[in-house]
Design a protein around this ligand. Structure first.
Ligand SMILES: Nc1ncnc2c1ncn2[C@@H]1O[C@H](COP(=O)(O)OP(=O)(O)OP(=O)(O)O)[C@@H](O)[C@H]1O
Length: 289
């Protein structure tokens, strides 16, 4: 299976949200990483065939998805950024409803819904109303509904927004489990969401592709750009505006972690890069979280 984002540009009136964006994808998890407003949602909606791009095409095995109709929808699962739940539905009823919308017959649907509620760890809550669910539970039912047709392509737009750290870990493990034999596209501005599960990280900045690489290669390329060391309050005041500082701890002086192409001060030593250092390097802002 081969999915190609082929030179996509998307304009809203005068605003260019995505520009000349090209990447080739096959099986596995792809993390689309970029700050708010960088064009991730727009790209996810184009990929879900909900938005016609101003220019370019999405090709699945060389077919333009905009000409595929139900052939594409049948293999697509989509969890939008804001997901309208039917609050008064129980989890089970909601899933059966989605199955019916997808044209799955009832006996098959009953089996599939059971399987999916089990997968996302909501079986024991299947009789509860979704309106009473926590944020994490809602996201899990969101994933379950996106999987109802066993999609070959799964699009998850900022799926961990509003989840606490425990729910996030659980969510990550779930994605990892369901990513076999599928293309999973996951958009986020949170590095840790994709750090351990993405085969490739796709960096998106101001609507443009900044780079695509495996987390290991990204870390390799960050070598020599991350520094740590202890300095004085005075020197810290002097250098803090000249460098991207990813961490400050005041303990026996000012302990710093700095992102820089060159050594920031004499006593600084190279540190082992982390993926969030890369975020700071490319996106030039404080690491969120
Ligand atoms: N319907 C619209 N009309 C006009 N501009 C839009 C529209 N939708 C998005 N934009 C603009 O396009 C740019 C990209 O937005 P998009 O939502 O795709 O980014 P994002 O990376 O998903 O950000 P977020 O995480 O905040 O949703 C932003 O500048 C946004 O303001």
């Amino acid at each position: 299976m081969k999915l190609i984002i082929d030179n996509i540009t998307m304009k809203y009136k005068d605003k260019i949200a995505v520009e000349n964006f090209t990447v080739k994808l096959d099986k596995g998890v792809y993390g689309f990483l970029g700050p708010n407003g960088s064009g991730k949602t727009t790209l996810m909606r184009v990929l879900a065939d909900l938005l016609r791009p101003t220019k370019g095409r999405i090709l699945l095995n060389d077919r333009d998805i905009s000409t595929m109709g139900d052939d594409y929808r049948d293999i697509l699962g989509y969890l939008p950024q804001s997901f309208g739940f039917y609050k008064s539905f129980t989890a089970h009823k909601f899933m059966m409803y989605i199955a019916a919308l997808k044209g799955i017959d009832q006996s098959k649907a009953l089996k599939k819904v059971d399987e999916l509620l089990e997968l996302v760890n909501l079986k024991e809550h299947c009789k509860r109303k979704i309106g009473k669910f926590s944020g994490g539970m809602k996201q899990r039912i969101g994933i379950a509904q996106a999987l109802i047709n066993d999609p070959k392509i799964l699009i998850l737009d900022e799926p961990t927004a509003g989840l606490d750290p425990k729910e996030r870990i659980r969510f990550r493990n779930l994605i990892s489990e369901i990513s076999k034999d599928r293309i999973v596209l996951l958009s986020t501005h949170i590095v840790s969401d994709i750090e351990y599960i993405a085969k490739e990280v796709i960096l998106i900045k101001e609507g443009k592709l900044l780079g695509i690489d495996s987390p290991d290669n990204i870390l390799e390329n960050m070598k020599g750009k991350v520094w740590k060391g202890t300095t004085t309050e005075e020197r810290f005041r002097n250098i803090k505006n000249d460098y991207k500082i990813s961490n400050v701890v005041r303990k026996n002086g000012v302990q710093l972690r700095i992102i820089s192409d060159k050594k920031p001060f004499l006593k600084a030593i190279e540190a082992e890069p982390r993926l969030e250092d890369m975020y700071l390097y490319y996106f030039d802002k404080e690491v969120e979280e």
